[in-house]
Design a protein around this ligand. Structure first.
Ligand SMILES: Nc1ncnc2c1ncn2[C@@H]1O[C@H](COP(=O)(O)OP(=O)(O)O)[C@@H](O)[C@H]1O
Ligand SMILES: [Mg+2]
Length: 197
């Protein structure tokens, strides 16, 4: 993985992360869930894994959770839902970044994001790898995704075989912002907490 400062994130187990880059978990169709506050390197790791997967000439798809759900809602509107769902189900490696970040659509009489994610994970489970990141506590997935029971079922699927990594440490984004402010002789920006749903 390019230029990851391991010393900045001392509680993150380097060996566990480096083992991911052998991509053997993808060959075993295991899922991956990375949690941690904003700026801790979740997307950095997932994007590097996606690029590594492309290097194997695998079909890889990467989307933020809100964009994936938006795509499926567009499918409900124009009758292409099932075709779009199949497309999300196909790649051997699918990255769903930022579960918990951004407002999800919710329309009366239409399936919730929880329903969509459950369908997707259930169909992919054991056949392909889904790698997700989240900046909110797993206990907050129900209210974020709009259905506590289905969100619990999503997490159940993930718990069955997934590799769990929690990045419990400082924000690199904040560190960069402070550094930049110092270089320009400005006040560093105030610390921001992760958005909790
Ligand atoms: N340990 C690290 N070493 C080097 N760069 C990092 C590290 N952690 C994060 N970054 C960089 O900081 C920025 C924010 O990281 P990102 O992965 O987007 O955070 P998250 O997805 O957890 O909110 C990105 O530019 C990323 O490349
Ligand atoms: Mg991110």
């Amino acid at each position: 993985m390019a230029v990851f400062d391991w010393a900045f994130q001392p509680r993150l187990d380097r060996r566990t992360v480096e083992e991911l880059f052998t991509l053997s978990f993808v060959e075993r169709n295991e899922d991956l869930l990375i949690t941690g506050k904003s700026g801790t390197g979740k997307s950095h790791i997932l994007q590097a894994l996606a690029i590594k997967g492309c290097g194997q000439e695998w079909m890889v798809r990467y989307a933020r959770c809100v964009d994936l759900v938006d795509d499926l809602y567009a499918g409900l509107a124009d009758g292409s839902y099932e075709r779009r769902m199949k497309k999300w189900c196909r790649p051997p490696l699918l990255v769903v970044d930022d579960v918990g970040l951004g407002q999800l659509k919710r329309r009366e009489g239409e399936p919730t994001a929880a329903h969509m994610l459950f369908t997707l994970l259930d169909r992919r489970h054991g056949n392909a790898t889904t790698a997700l990141s989240s900046n909110i506590k797993l206990s907050a997935w129900g209210s974020y995704l709009g259905d506590a029971t289905l969100a619990a079922a999503v997490l159940d699927r993930l718990a069955a075989t997934s590799i769990r990594i929690d990045i419990d440490g400082p924000s690199y984004r904040q560190f960069l912002a402070r550094k930049r402010a110092e270089e320009h002789g400005q006040q560093p920006p105030a610390e921001q907490e992760a958005v909790e749903a």
